[in-house]
Design a binder for this molecule. Structure first.
Ligand SMILES: Cc1cc2nc3c(=O)[nH]c(=O)nc-3n(C[C@H](O)[C@H](O)[C@H](O)COP(=O)(O)OP(=O)(O)OC[C@H]3O[C@@H](n4cnc5c(N)ncnc54)[C@H](O)[C@@H]3O)c2cc1C
Length: 415
């Protein structure tokens, strides 16, 4: 049984490593000709780290990431609302890491090539078509840059881990399947800057009507001055626009600086920090409605190809990694990939659809929305009079339960 994986992003490469660990042969076909450090920051929550640690990846991740200590929420005037420890600092068996997406991608790419052999982790191959033939699947590829045909490859099954603009998804679900714009646009970047607060704090400030900012460090000691690489994003409501789903579209400082210009806190001057960014990207936040099914015989979908969601709550990569654990577990238990794909779908489809919906309606930073509404966006004297701490804790815990990283559901080692 050889599993073909279209897409060598976070989900596809983790799947290759998980199948290899279970002695299931597989081959990855990635459209990009070369792996470049694309994207900005990503958080790996304890549920995802449980899976990555079981694959022996934690030392490599730890060496290039920051172990997140806490998440803290502020209003746009810099008044403290709520904080909670994260990962091992909150008593979990697994850490939470913040890492540059490009570094995570490089780690997965290099380790996958080492373990599976470069002949099985293939770049420059874009999936364009596939079909079932008896007990096999046939996948057709073109050159990722030129579109020149590269021929067909046979395998026993095909997994589409080809991201938010998945070709396999379009083939399995032809017709209308639009990217849906949330009404919110994010500007994102990374900046070399001195450490703030604990040096490992993820902070949220403000709210969408006036501008919301999220900042967290993704790398320590990046220069002689001992500065960190800070990942940041600024987002607010912007009228309908091109929902391309392109993570690498350049952005302009003048389009969003106004939304954070007052956020000059004692511990971090946010406008100065974002203005000093190396590069800025603009991303109209999109998702898609949950699909009724992912698996069709010997073909299935995984990660953003299956369930594109708003990049909120650190779940884009995390849910793809949870998909991997479920799918690899099913494939290990049977010689029938179609049966494994059905069981994987039964395990993961409803769970991920709930995260898609929670990210729309009640994201993890709904705490900020509550405070914004209850104060009428004015400074407060006493946060306990605005919203009791128990309510803040309940808001935070309910999101963790939906996303599958509450402490109760995360205990014991993965096998
Ligand atoms: C360039 C880029 C930058 C990103 N930046 C961020 C970020 O800063 N923060 C964040 O939270 N999330 C970011 N994301 C999204 C995040 O990586 C995903 O939400 C998450 O990792 C889910 O993983 P995935 O494997 O499903 O998708 P992805 O990690 O997006 O991987 C999909 C892979 O499939 C490849 N591919 C696409 N079409 C084909 C095809 N037809 N055939 C073969 N290969 C194909 C793509 O090149 C890509 O490598 C980014 C994604 C991309 C592609």
């Amino acid at each position: 049984m050889t599993i073909l994986i279209a897409g060598g992003g976070i989900g596809g490469l983790t799947l290759a490593l998980a199948l290899h660990a279970r002695r299931i042969p597989c081959r990855v076909f990635e459209a990009a000709a070369e792996i470049r450090p694309l994207g900005v920051g990503i958080n790996l929550l304890p549920h995802a780290m449980r899976e990555l640690a079981a694959l022996g990846l934690e030392p490599a991740i730890r060496a290039r990431a920051i172990e997140t200590r806490e998440v803290a929420f502020y209003n746009r005037f810099g008044q403290f609302i709520f904080s909670e420890p994260r990962g091992r600092f909150a008593g979990y068996d697994w850490p939470q890491y913040s890492i540059h997406r490009g570094h995570l991608h490089e780690i997965l790419w290099e380790i996958a090539r080492e373990r599976l052999g470069p002949e099985n982790i293939i770049s420059g191959h874009r999936l364009v078509a596939s079909r079932e033939e008896g007990d096999a699947v046939v996948a057709g590829f073109v050159d990722g840059d030129t579109g020149a045909p590269l021929g067909e490859v046979r395998g026993s099954a095909l997994v589409g881990a080809d991201g938010i603009r998945s070709a396999l998804r379009a083939e399995l679900h032809p017709g209308h399947d639009p990217l849906i714009y949330s009404g919110i646009t994010m500007w994102r970047g990374v900046t070399r800057w001195p450490a703030y607060l604990t040096g490992a704090s993820m902070i949220y400030a403000g709210w969408l009507e006036t501008g919301k900012v999220i900042v967290y460090p993704v790398q320590d000691d990046i220069d002689d001055e001992g500065r960190q690489l800070l990942n940041w994003l600024c987002e607010f409501y912007v009228p309908p626009r091109d929902p391309s789903g392109d993570w690498s579209r350049p952005g302009r400082l003048e389009d969003f600086l106004w939304a954070c210009r007052e956020m000059r806190f004692d511990w971090l001057d946010i406008p100065a920090m974002v203005a000093a960014a190396d590069d800025i990207y603009e991303y109209p936040m999109v998702d898609k409605d949950p699909l009724p099914r992912w698996s069709f015989g010997r073909r299935t979908l995984l990660g953003d190809a299956a369930h594109p969601m708003y990049p909120r709550g650190s779940n884009g990569a995390g849910q793809a990694i949870l998909d991997v654990a479920a799918l690899a577990g099913q494939l290990a238990g049977t010689a029938d990939p179609a049966a494994a794909f059905r069981a994987y779908e039964a395990d993961r489809l409803t769970a991920t659809a709930e995260v898609v919906r929670a990210n729309r309606a009640n994201p993890p930073d709904a705490i900020l929305r509550e405070v914004f509404q209850r104060t009428g966006d004015a400074p407060f004297d006493d946060i306990d009079a605005v919203i009791p701490r128990a309510e803040l804790v309940a808001l935070s815990e309910s999101y963790k339960t939906i996303a599958g990283f509450d402490r109760a559901s995360l205990s014991g080692n993965r096998v």
